[in-house]
Design a protein around this ligand. Structure first.
Ligand code: ZN
Length: 238
């Protein structure tokens, strides 16, 4: 366990070093942006470089098939539409908004991840769009949070650290509903979609850190069956 932590620490240091090198190479470039929404064909958002507030940046909206991982469409446009809300937030001229059109009808029915980038900078927030059968999903807005390690726990003394069914949020843990998360990664109360099942982040755990989710089961036998796995986790926004 300690060895694992040391390795994780070392990896973090290496990552920060790498990020610093990239930042140094990029000079004063400080790109920040946001994908706001996908409504019908229109994908909108904003992006600016706070090191060059007078310039509008070219952004690329990329649509990736969630299942195959293939890029289905990529559209580039100058992010130069005026956005009053951005100037109110103290962002330069506010001329950083954009809209692009994605012709969903020309793409095979599937679920797609929409991402935003400018040059080598990829904005972390992504959106999801589903068409065909996938559109029948009751979840209109799913934000992919990435791949998580999944483990299982139960009310037994060992698993629950003596808490039984009581969760840190005060709710009683319920199977097929309660998961424990690292609240620095997923806020308590978040609705999550994991392997097609909806869960609520209601609990925390001493060993639940980072991209790790602990799924609640009624019995210890079930936690054994579950073991350790991994899955893409989505935040349900509506
Ligand atoms: Zn247990």
């Amino acid at each position: 366990m300690k060895k694992t932590r040391l390795m994780a620490g070392l990896l973090l240091v290496m990552l920060f070093t790498a990020v610093n090198c990239v930042m140094a190479l990029a000079g004063t470039s400080k790109i920040n942006g946001h994908l706001d929404s996908v409504e019908g064909k229109a994908v909108s958002g904003w992006l600016w470089d706070s090191g060059k507030p007078e310039e509008s940046q070219t952004v690329t909206v990329t649509v990736t098939d969630e299942h195959s991982g293939q890029v289905a469409a990529a559209v580039s446009v100058l992010a130069s539409e005026y956005r009053g809300d951005l100037t109110e937030d103290g962002m330069g001229t506010g001329n950083y908004g954009f809209h692009v059109e994605i012709d969903w009808d020309s793409l095979p029915p599937s679920s797609y991840i929409i991402s935003l980038s400018s040059g080598n900078t990829v904005i972390s927030r992504k959106l999801r769009y589903a068409s065909g059968d996938a559109a029948a999903s009751p979840y209109r807005s799913l934000v992919p949070l990435g791949n998580f390690k999944l483990t299982a726990y139960c009310p037994c003394r060992i698993c629950s650290e003596g808490w039984g069914r009581r969760t840190s949020s005060g709710a009683l843990a319920t199977a097929s509903h309660t998961v424990a998360v690292d609240p620095r990664v997923i806020p308590i109360g978040s609705r999550l979609l994991i392997n097609g099942q909806e869960y609520v982040a209601e609990d925390i755990g001493g060993a639940v850190k980072g991209h790790h989710i602990d799924v609640y089961y009624n019995t210890h036998a079930e936690t054994r069956t579950h073991g350790t796995s991994s899955a893409e986790v989505f935040l349900i926004q509506e």
